[in-house]
Design a protein around this ligand. Sequence first.
Ligand code: ADP
Ligand code: MG
Length: 238
Amino acid sequence: EQDVAGYRKSMAIRVSGFDVPRPIKTFEDCSFSSQLKNAIAKQGYEKPTSIQCQALPIVLSGRDIIGIAKTGSGKTAAFVLPMIVHIMDQPELAKEEGPIGVICAPTRELAHQIYLECKKFSKLHGIRVSAVYGGMSKLDQFKELKAGCEIVVATPGRLIDLLKMKALTMLRATYLVLDEADRMFDLGFEPQIRSIVGQIRPDRQTLLFSATMPGRVEKLAREILSDPVRVTVGEVGM
Ligand code: ADP
Ligand code: MG
């Protein structure tokens, strides 16, 4: 335990919550398939970043998480890699429809970046990823979602529109990521986020990532996460 505390300190990791899994040191410490390990190596990711060292074992264990770390710290892979494992763990992929993993991001640029990161790791597994955001044809996105996907990366407004159009159902969604939650609030997406969360089964796994944790984001986290582990890396302002 002393070791774990010292290791966390050396990585500027702080944690709080019940029964927090210990941090990993290498990607080998994760129960990743060989395909996933190869895909990670292909990206040139030699070792996990601080947030990844602590977030990966938490999320892989099925726990909810609040991850707070500055931009550029590798938060995307911290939720994408366990999402691939989560999807591959589903017993019968084809039985129901609609995405299993749902990722909300504040802007189309960010949604697109996350989409690309998902593609890198999903390709080998036959997992289909759709990105939906404003500035692209809604009809094309409607058709793409109708054709089926396991992961959807979306800006909140567009996802709500497509849900209203019944382009997708959330029946199969069990892994929800709110990325850059503070920016989504700054952009006024709180009602849309609440609506989306309300359409996903309550026994889902929920992940919230943010660079800062203003009071309103804290309140949402308390309402929609179950027994989360909170991980903070470095110095983070309010
Ligand atoms: P954040 O979401 O925290 O702002 P990103 O997930 O966008 O950060 O990652 C920032 C950059 O670091 C990206 O270019 C990504 O490919 C790279 N990266 C992520 N994880 C690793 C890693 N373990 N080793 C090396 N580079 C990484
Ligand atoms: Mg990010």
